[in-house]
Design a binder for this molecule. Structure first.
Ligand SMILES: *Cc1c(COP(=O)(O)O)cnc(C)c1O
Length: 397
């Protein structure tokens, strides 16, 4: 925040994250000097004798383009080991593969919808048990822990109300029960928050979002410092086979190079927009961890290096009027997902969270007028003008 990037990343072992983003895992080719990692479109590898290979046998198990991406992602998170997957859900599935029937999981009550779905609609059938609690309430988390609890699943900031969870405290709670603490770091990215440094055991990512950064690829990753855990993750990565294509790995590597510069602009634009919205007559509430009015602003300031590019706000109108707002914007495209260079807008009550019964949805703070935006890197003045004309159209109804 107020610290310069130099001060901020002093704890990084060798290079600052801006340098690792460009160089980690990406040596020029030893034979021909090519600067960029090639797309090794390749399924199998020559062996010098039976079983005598040069590091690669088969591309589900390992591929050089993927290796470069995995090393790059591990460096960004300040971790030893990285594994890439064909989607964020592929990564999350692999964490669940580590558990056994009868094991219990404690997760936030506002986790990503796909995470909630795989927990309850896939793995409950395999006799895993899940409790969803308010993870800002550490007593509630403590009360939910059982003898059989093997995993505490944490997201921060959360979707769409941008709740901030204390990774260090939740990791301590997990470890006191010999459970793993896994943090989905998709919203913050390692540029703003490094959960392994805060005590987490594994970091999970949807590379589809900020790390890819250009809305042109779907991918996932798991990063850890624990060699044994990484070996288990690698076993399931290879056994289940949700591995990314070399082309997808290339695209994410292209994205991570500019992660720091993109994130700086995402954060700056989001802060400017959050302040403008907070002062706006047509807006009731703004949820952005960078605002002092945010209930966990202090925690966010301590745990994160900046406050990110995601925010949501309550438009002071009906469900239909809020729908008009998201339909009328031009700079903001009406779409789910987040983290690309372009600004996106969506209405949780009518889209991502429409399946939740209205009373339940309102009780969770997801009002009819709630609008979520992924603030892109366009000029922020154009964003304000765009939102203002969409507000005007909605208010004229
Ligand atoms: C998108 C997302 C996922 C799932 O990732 P996919 O790449 O879509 O499979 C998981 N967690 C969070 C926080 C996400 O935003």
């Amino acid at each position: 925040m107020d610290e310069s990037p130099d001060e901020r990343s002093d704890e990084t072992p060798e290079f600052h994250i801006e340098t690792d983003a460009i160089h980690a895992g990406q040596e020029p080719d030893a034979d021909n000097g090519a600067l960029m990692t090639p797309i090794y479109a390749n399924s199998t590898y020559e062996q010098d004798g039976p079983g005598d290979h040069r590091g690669y046998e088969y591309s589900r198990t390992g591929n050089p383009t993927r290796t470069d991406l995995e090393e790059n992602l591990a460096a960004l998170e300040g971790g030893e080991y990285g594994r890439a997957f064909s989607s964020g859900m592929g990564a999350i599935n692999t964490i669940l593969n580590l558990l056994e029937a009868g094991d219990h999981v404690v997760a936030g009550d506002d986790v990503y919808g796909g995470t909630h779905r795989i927990f309850t609609q896939v793995y409950e059938d395999y006799d895993l048990e899940f409790d969803f609690v308010d993870t800002t309430d550490h007593d509630a988390v403590g009360d939910a822990m059982r003898e059989s609890t093997e995993l505490v699943w944490v997201e921060t900031p959360t979707n769409p109300l941008m709740q901030v969870n204390d990774v260090g405290a939740l990791a301590d709670l997990a470890h006191a029960h010999d459970a793993l603490c896994v943090v989905d770091n998709t919203f913050a990215t390692p540029y703003l928050q490094r959960p392994l440094e805060l005590g987490a055991d594994v970091v999970s990512h949807s590379l589809t979002k900020y790390l890819g950064g250009h809305s042109d690829v779907v991918g996932g990753a798991l990063i850890t410092d624990d060699e044994e855990l990484d070996e288990q993750i690698g076993f399931y990565q290879n056994s289940v086979g949700a591995t990314p294509s070399p082309f997808d790995c290339f695209l994410v590597l292209r994205g991570t190079k500019t992660l720091p510069v993109r994130m700086d602009r995402h954060c700056e634009n989001a802060r400017t927009l959050a302040e403008w919205l907070a002062d706006h007559d047509a807006v009731d509430e703004v949820y952005y961890p960078g605002l002092e009015s945010h209930p966990q602003h202090e925690l966010a300031a301590a745990q994160m290096d900046d406050f990110g590019g995601m925010l949501s706000f309550e438009f002071d109108g009906t469900l239909e009027q809020a729908s008009t707002v998201v339909e009328e914007t031009e700079v903001f495209t009406l779409a789910e997902s987040l983290g690309g260079v372009e600004s996106l807008i969506e209405q949780p009550a009518a889209m991502t969270h429409a399946a939740i019964p209205r009373e339940e949805r309102l009780a969770a703070g997801l009002t009819d007028g709630l609008i979520r935006v992924s603030v892109g890197v366009e000029h922020v003045a154009d964003m304000k003008r765009d939102l203002q004309s969409a507000f005007d159209a909605a208010l004229a109804e």
